[in-house]
Design a binder for this molecule. Structure first.
Ligand code: NAD
Length: 231
């Protein structure tokens, strides 16, 4: 086992080829919805039914989707390296590909949590979460998602993981969604940084090698490069 620690920081782009659309690519709309209408605390207060319907649709899609070659290549690297995934994604495709260390910065679509006590988190059985679905304390359940405008509770633990990286690999993230995007600045000065994304991505003050390819091609190639270089 190589002593090299690899941290993968993944965004919506890694799941695009599994059929889950990113929203930066579609004019700021997320599957035809405006973010302000479905993914903010204000939206929840205004129209919880609409928010639940939106996440039900996302959950249905995730349940139908499968991991692609990029998720699989990351999981396979665990045979030779200490691999940590920090993902902005709310899907479970890293876990289903076999990754054993996955931190979800923005929550998990297949879980719900109590609106009275955020420590009460439950699996959602099936695709639907309804108004009237309550926690044992009698409060409405909400999607276990970090909405825009909310604090990111796992930001500090994620930064601590990135700070231990010998190699940091960013996959499929526009690096526009803060504070998550700022995590690249937590990498140690001597860490090598790679980016896999078919489009131009700018991260001020960060020097990286850009693998300008879709994740399903670029990540397996990069994985091969890491094996050759470090084992
Ligand atoms: P983003 O939508 O801002 O950016 C997506 C990035 O992926 C872009 O840079 C784009 O060039 C790149 N991309 C597109 N196709 C790709 C491919 N085939 N391979 C590799 N890269 C590709 O995504 P983000 O930076 O992750 O931020 C969006 C936020 O929206 C996230 O924080 C996440 O919570 C949420 N989101 C999640 C999912 C999901 O869970 N699958 C899907 C959409 C949005």
């Amino acid at each position: 086992m190589s002593p090299i620690r690899i941290v993968f920081f993944t965004g919506a782009g890694i799941s695009a080829e599994s059929g889950l659309r990113t929203f930066r690519d579609s004019d700021g709309l997320w599957e035809e919805y405006r973010i302000e209408d479905v993914a903010t605390p204000e939206a929840w207060a205004r129209n919880a039914e609409l928010v639940l319907r939106f996440y039900d649709l996302r959950r249905e899609q995730v349940l139908k989707a499968s991991p692609n070659a990029a998720h699989e290549a990351i999981a396979a690297l665990e045979d030779s390296f200490h691999v940590q995934v920090v993902t902005q994604n709310i899907d479970d495709l890293h876990e289903r590909a076999g990754s054993s260390r996955v931190l979800h910065l923005h929550g998990e679509i297949l879980k719900a949590r109590s609106t009275a006590d955020p420590s009460l988190v439950f699996p959602v059985n099936g695709p639907h979460l309804r108004t009237g679905d309550k926690c044992p304390k009698g409060s409405q359940l909400r999607p276990h998602i970090v909405w825009f405008g909310e604090e990111v509770p796992l930001l500090m633990p994620a930064a601590a993981l990135v700070a231990q990286a010998d190699v940091l690999v960013v996959v499929g993230s526009s690096l526009q969604v803060y504070p998550a995007a700022g995590l690249v600045h937590s990498a140690p000065a001597q860490a090598t940084i790679h980016l896999v994304d078919p489009n131009t991505v700018s991260a001020q003050g960060v020097r990286f090698t850009h693998w300008k390819e879709k994740a399903s091609l670029g990540v397996p190639k990069l994985a091969q490069f890491l094996r050759k270089t470090y084992t």
